[in-house]
Ligand binder design. Structure first.
Ligand code: CAO
Length: 416
């Protein structure tokens, strides 16, 4: 099956998570992704949090599938020469080095554009160009703090909290992938490459859009009626942390189910969708609530919403999270069990859809990873193992026209 991005050649000058997540996605969809790594060490994640001695860590294997690995010391003149050849025949270069690293290497945007005016140069940085923090190096949690996620996540009586979801890293990589595909379509019209830049702060903020909505509502009316602080608590002049409250017009909360005393994940998320009040009452065996003026409307319920959640928890006390959802789904109530990584890893539906996939790796044996969350009617992205360090060095050099002797020499001087 021909994949849509087949024929698109990408120099993957990325490391850690934000950049690799982007290029992995493009590789799944058919792009020829050549990961350029420092000889001897490679991407730092190959060694981070290893669970098997001498085998690439899962951190690396789960973010670099379907790629080739070329080792290249791009600070040596011979390494620079190889990179220049590769640039001349590639469609995209993706990088997420610290600020200024590519310029210091001698590959500024101007130079890259001169070498290949059709090439798209895509970058992830912590902060956008010109921002007063644009000299900072940034990791995931730094971005979550800078992008507004931390100040709005967690409980009001606790500190700002980091999400386990990679809002700063993988999310930024997904934004960059959209930017690259857009620039590729643009190039089809103009014939010209361009620079695509995404900052981690901006990408986090983009996902915190509704919190900026709330800031403006708060400034106008002084309260936020869907937050647990309403109507009894206090609001300051900034959006507070709302615990597990529903973010939109639907109140919701994480509720205890049977076994919560010993199982930290025996919970469901329960949403009280306004127009579903009648089915909720029926599901809970509380028909008297349907027309009771204290319960009938969302406005009437809000002042005692936690008393309502408490009653629902009473109903949940003899039901597991799975039993509860099986009952509630029949009443069309938006809800879900709080699933653990173990449950997700073994979920037959996720295995069948290709969202959780088992991959064979030369050194590790088999491991699980998250496959493409994007599904297509004409293509099923297949996940193949991440490359060993330098696995494709000779293959790539040969394709660039280097002779066996040239390749030997490059190895001898440790340029590759
Ligand atoms: N050959 C020779 N040198 C190489 C090389 C290669 N193949 N690949 C990288 N290098 C060099 C770079 O040129 C750079 O050298 P100088 O600093 O001397 O110019 C050096 O390696 C280090 O690069 P770095 O600044 O990117 O690495 P770091 O470990 O110090 O910082 C990180 C890591 C992630 C904080 C930083 O890259 C960064 O802020 N990136 C942008 C934001 C980002 O993507 N963060 C997400 C990371 S995922 O959590």
């Amino acid at each position: 099956m021909t994949k849509p991005l087949e024929g698109i050649k990408i120099i993957d000058f990325t490391h850690v998570q934000a950049g690799p997540a982007c290029t992995q996605l493009l590789a799944w969809f058919g792009a020829d992704v050549i990961k350029v790594e420092r000889p001897g060490s490679g991407d730092v994640t190959r060694n981070q949090l290893r669970d098997i001695p001498d085998a690439d860590a899962l951190y690396f294997t789960m973010l670099n599938s379907n790629k080739k690995s070329l080792t290249l010391d791009t600070k040596k003149p011979e390494g620079k020469e190889v990179l220049e050849k590769l640039i001349r025949e590639s469609d995209v270069l993706v990088e997420n080095f610290g600020p200024g690293a590519l310029d210091r290497m001698g590959f500024s945007w101007e130079r890259l554009n001169e070498l290949n005016p059709k090439m798209i140069v895509a970058s992830v940085k912590g902060f956008s160009d010109g921002h007063h923090y644009d000299d900072l190096k940034v990791y995931e949690n730094v971005a979550q703090c800078a992008g507004g996620a931390a100040s709005t996540t967690g409980f009001w009586d606790g500190p700002p909290t980091i999400s386990a979801a990679a809002l700063g890293d993988s999310n930024t990589g997904m934004h960059l992938a959209i930017g690259i595909l857009t620039a590729l379509i643009g190039r089809g019209k103009t014939g010209k490459g361009q620079k695509v830049a995404v900052s981690m702060q901006d990408s986090v903020l983009n996902l915190c859009r509704v919190k900026l909505r709330d800031q403006q509502r708060l400034e106008r009316v002084g309260y936020l009626e869907e937050y647990p602080q309403y109507p009894h608590g206090e609001f300051s002049d900034v959006v507070p942390r709302g615990g597990n409250a529903g973010g939109g017009g639907q109140p919701g909360w994480v509720l205890k189910c049977k076994g919560w005393e010993t199982d930290p994940n025996a919970y469901i998320y329960f949403t009280i969708q306004g127009h579903a009040w009648e089915p909720i009452c029926k599901a809970l065996g509380k028909p008297e609530w349907i027309d009771d003026p204290a319960y009938k409307t969302a406005e009437a319920r809000q002042p005692h919403i936690f008393e309502i959640f408490g009653t629902i928890e009473g109903w949940l006390a003899d039901k597991t999270k799975f039993e509860a959802v099986d009952i509630l789904r029949k009443f069309d109530i938006p809800c879900a069990p709080v699933l653990t990584m173990k449950e997700l890893a073994n979920d037959p539906s996720l295995r069948a859809s290709g969202t959780i996939v088992e991959v064979q790796h030369k050194k590790r044996g088999s491991y699980l990873t998250v496959g493409s969350p994007i599904k297509f009617s004409d293509m099923k992205p297949e996940v193949t193992a991440s490359p060993l360090l330098g696995e494709h060095t000779d293959e790539v050099l040969t394709s660039l026209g280097y002779s066996r002797q040239d390749i030997f020499n490059l190895h001898e001087i440790k340029a590759v």
